[in-house]
Design a protein around this ligand. Structure first.
Ligand code: ASP
Length: 330
């Protein structure tokens, strides 16, 4: 689809959130012992040679929304990020918003944004997340190339919705997952398949960009301290119900009451009987329980006898977000 409003925009907005892409190590050879989130987004962009020509005459704006290692991602940052992205996408002159992010929770942020940003804006203008596996100080950092690739995607007439760009591959928010702790090509699109590739500055699409989003505002989205507490628990050999029982009792200890539990089950969402007993009890107390699979690929196939509902067929940590939003939407 050719863009209308979006194609006229001549401004690209970069929102910085930290991550390894903004990280620094003491030695150029050190790709692991660095500190994430050290460079501001302005400084990070200064280090991308070729950016000026890649933006094809667009004005570049940047804003530091957060500065953290994405392992420490907070709901408050998500809330603010969604607000800032929405504000920028609503500006006629803005063509796309790019977000620099840590790799650890990029898939969660991408999915969250894809569910809460207005579909009417995402249908016209893309939100492109990018990242790096090596710090900015590395002998051969991957951040600058990823930023250039993300810009190519952001400017492409077919780009829309929320996508992630890493190591020359374009992933949809719903399917992107970090699948390797070290390699530069650390992401895959699970069963969804990549949306496309960026090769020598050219974008080659293999699938249309899905547009999710939601035009009805999510109640309480701007009050992150009040978001419902939804936890993920794993089933495994030797699993038991102690953690679930403790979480359900936590309200009596002053912690927020658990409103939802996502169980990452074995195989087709099967759950150890001892853990299952505790989850059934939680469900009887009014806690929402959703079952998923801990397998890296596929989704739970409904039909097996289980006391728990199957959710949207998402990976456990994305299902957690979906359940949280479902509770917020009442
Ligand atoms: N821990 C880092 C982060 O997620 C890892 C990275 O960005 O590659 O911020």
């Amino acid at each position: 689809k050719m863009l209308q409003g979006g194609a006229m925009g001549k401004t690209l907005v970069f929102l910085g959130t930290g991550g390894t892409i903004a990280g620094k190590a003491a030695f150029a050879q050190d790709n692991v012992g660095y500190t994430a989130a050290q460079l501001g987004v302005a400084q990070l962009l200064e280090g991308v040679s070729g950016l000026e020509s890649a933006v094809e005459g667009c004005t570049v704006e940047h804003e530091q929304v957060a500065q953290l290692d994405s392992k420490d991602m907070e709901h408050a940052v998500w809330s603010r990020l969604a607000q800032r992205i929405q504000a920028h996408l609503a500006r006629d002159e803005v063509r796309a918003v790019l977000v620099t992010h840590g790799t650890d929770t990029l898939e969660e942020t991408a999915f969250f944004l894809s569910q809460v940003l207005p579909a009417s804006l995402l249908g016209d203008k893309p939100v492109v997340l990018t990242c790096a596996m090596r710090p900015a100080t590395a002998l051969t950092p991957d951040g600058p190339q990823n930023v250039l690739d993300a810009v190519r995607v952001a400017l492409d007439a077919h780009a829309r919705g929320v996508v992630a760009v890493c190591a020359g591959t374009i992933h949809a928010a719903r399917y992107v997952q970090k699948s390797h702790p070290y390699r530069l090509d650390a992401f895959d699109s699970s069963d969804g398949g990549a949306l496309g590739y960026v090769e020598e500055g050219r974008v080659r699409w293999v699938h249309e960009c899905p547009v999710e989003g939601c035009d009805a505002p999510v109640p309480g989205l701007d009050q992150p301290s009040g978001w419902p507490r939804v936890e993920v628990v794993f089933s495994h050999a030797g699993a038991n119900g102690a953690t679930v029982r403790a979480m359900c009792a936590s309200a009596t200890l002053g912690a927020p009451a658990v409103r939802g539990l996502v169980v990452a089950g074995t195989g087709n969402g099967t759950v150890h009987r001892d853990l299952e007993a505790a989850l059934v009890q939680a469900q009887q107390q009014g806690v929402h329980v959703v079952r998923t699979t801990r397998c890296a690929y596929g989704a739970v196939v409904p039909g097996a006898v289980s006391p728990f509902a199957v959710g949207q067929g998402l990976a456990p940590f994305k299902e957690r977000i979906a359940l949280m939003l479902q509770i917020m939407r009442g």
